[in-house]
Each structure stands twice: as C-alpha cells, then as structure tokens.
Write a protein that binds this ligand. Sequence first.
Ligand code: LLP
Length: 416
Amino acid sequence: MEDFHYREGGLHCEDVPLAEIARSAGTPVYVYSHGALERAYRELDQAFAGLDHLVCFAVKANGNLAVLRSLASFGAGADIVSGGELYRAVRAGFDPKKVVFAGVGKTEEELACGMGERILLFNVESASELERLDRTAAKYGKKARVSLRVNPDVDAESHPAISTGQEGSKFGIPLGEAVTLAEKTREYRCVELIGVHQHVGSQITKLDPYTASLEKTTGLVEELKRRGFDIRYFNMGGGLGIRYRDETAPTPKELVDAVRPALESTGAKIICEMGRYIAGNAGALLSGVIYRKKSGGKSFLVADAGMNDLLRPSLYDAYHEVRALSESTGLTTADLVGPVCESGDYLAQGRELPEAAEGDVLALMGAGAYGFSMASNYNARRRPAEVLVRGDRWSIVRERESNADLIKGELVPAFL
Ligand code: LLP
C-alpha cells in the first residue's frame, strides 16, 4: 500500500491529497493508483523472467476501462468470464490474442463473440461446453483454440466462498476425466486442444495449494503430450493473496521460484491470471461519515458508503483497514456501518477506528479488487464515482451514477 501514504499529515494517493479528491469528486468514491497497478504487474511479469509467459489481469477484479487500459498498456493480457468482460477488455484496448475466456456457463452468444474477436483461448469447463463450442465454431466457420480447465482437487486454504479447486466444486473438469475429454476433441473438427488451465482459489496465502495442484496438472500436460496433443499453453490460474491486515503471502518471485521446475516441465507458454494481486492494494474507497450515534452501549459511525458499494465485509466478513485522511486523528472503538437497510450492512465491526467527526472522510484500504466490480444499486443507491491517480494528476474515470441511471431501461407498460 506504499502508493497510499501520509505526507505532511494528510493521506495521499501518489502525490495527490485524498482530501482534494473527496472534496472535488464527493464521496463515496473509489481511488486507484496507476503506479501501484504498474508496480504489481511488473513484479509479476519479472517473477516469470526466463519463462515464455503472459501475465493476464482478471477483469472481474476491476473492470474500469481506465484501469484496464493502463494494464493493457503495460503489456498485460486479460482473463474474462463473460461477454460483458470481453466487451470491456476489447474497448479498453487489450490485444484479443492475449485474452483467455473462463467460466462454467458460457452461452453460445458468448462463445461466438469470443471467436469473432479471435481470442487466444477458451478455458473449457465441461464436456457439454466443448461440444457446444465445436458446434458454434462450425456454425460460424471458425476454429476455436481450447484449453481444458481441470479441477485438481486441492484445498486453496482460503475462504470457502472463494476456493474453486476441490472435488465437488462446480469449476473445471475433474482431473480423472481430462484425458478422456481430451481424446474426445479428436472427434471435433472445429476445436483445437492446445492448453491446460487450472485455478484453485483466491486470496491464497500459502505455496502448498500451488505446488500441490501444479504437480497434478503439469502431470496431465505430460500425459497429453505423450498422447500426441500439441499443448502450447499452460495456465496456472490466479489467486495470489495480498495483505489486508497481517496476512503474509508469498511474493510473486517466491511463488514462481517454488513452481518453476513444474512450469518448465510443460515446455509450454505459461499464463497466469491474477486479479487481486494486481489491483487489490492499488485502490481505496473514500467514504464520508454522515452521523455518529450510540445505541445499546455501542458506538456507530454511519458512513455514506454501504454494502452495495463495498460488499466484501458483509459477504465474507473481510477486513479492510480504515484510515483517517488526517494522520493525527485519534482512535475509538466503533462499528463503521452503511446506510443500507440490512443489519449485515457494515464496513468494519467492533474495531479500533479513527475517531471521525461528522463530515470527516475515511479511507477503506485494499479496495481496488472486488470493490466497485461487486457494487450494486440495492436500496436504489447510485454507484460511486471512480478516480485514477497518476503522479500529481488525477481524473474521474467513471462518473457517479445519476438518478436517471437508476431507472435506465425501465418501461411503464401500456396496460398500466
Ligand atoms: N481466474 C479465474 C478462473 C477466477 O475465477 C478468478 C477469480 C481469477 C482468475 C482471479 O483470482 P484473483 O487473482 O483475483 O484471486 N469476490 C471475491 C473473489 C472471487 C474470485 C473469483 N475468481 C473476493 O472479493 O474476495
């Protein structure tokens, strides 16, 4: 989080005081650091030095066009999971030759769009999808490049809601069925099997889930090559964890060094698809304090941001550090809650928080990944603005929604 720091007593993003952004753009507002995005991307990229590789950004973590455009300009590829993310990625300027498409429920329309853009790989997650892809490719006179997403059955040792690589999960093809499915691709005329993909979970803070899963999935690559398949891509997934509070996760270099022999054994181009590692600590959510109140012996700070703006605390009981914009602010034990009509609407619970006065602004750190991208309009709340900072410059990269935005597309039928 070095791109968010106190300078002369005030919290800054790079060279811009966050108070200036809050004053001029209003709150709640997401603020992203271009420098932090670049540093995290380059750190990953350099960790793979010596290996033919492609670092993709998982668009689901942060789909803002300016964020995506920044990453595309660094040379990143994109990992997408829907036609909407494909649209965003293309609009942001990603080279379609660097786009990989995962997801258990790709529709025919989405498959066709991916082929239309000539994306690099479809990470196929079931036998039915493979068949549908072949049929769709034939219909449009195309050939689809395929990577099989396999489920290696390992424990990501992360939050259950974001673990994806265990037996019984909806994701991927069970490892034991992968060879049979690969053999099946020989019957299809319009798909070409050239890759293997795994992704075992998110916010992974240990090496074991990677070493254990890669042992299995790189073994599959070997077996497929032995059977004559030209496996040219191996996608090790994303999932590398970050520090929100006191977690210690391996660095990209530690991760790659630990699995380098396994990756080398594939002889393939290595793809990774990180979201949180790249964007997580590159963003903060600024929220104003509307009221202070006491109830039932507890103190509450009522924020103008709620669970609809940052869902992670409510959904996963996730921890986001709360900082005051002024370094000299004292601390108090309180709950930081939002205005949404749900008891589960909180941003921090029973924590030592800055002793903010009504009208003060607080910064929720580590909000660059799965922050705005999971925001909703619940309670008819307008989603926040987004700002990108680069050095001493900053710009609004998404306007705060208007009331008109809230009802866009709604129609009153003639029978009313
Ligand atoms: N690849 C695939 C196939 C994925 O499903 C995901 C994330 C990623 C890559 C990127 O994972 P990352 O590097 O960001 O960990 N909403 C949750 C996280 C859900 C992750 C879903 N898949 C959260 O806020 O923690």
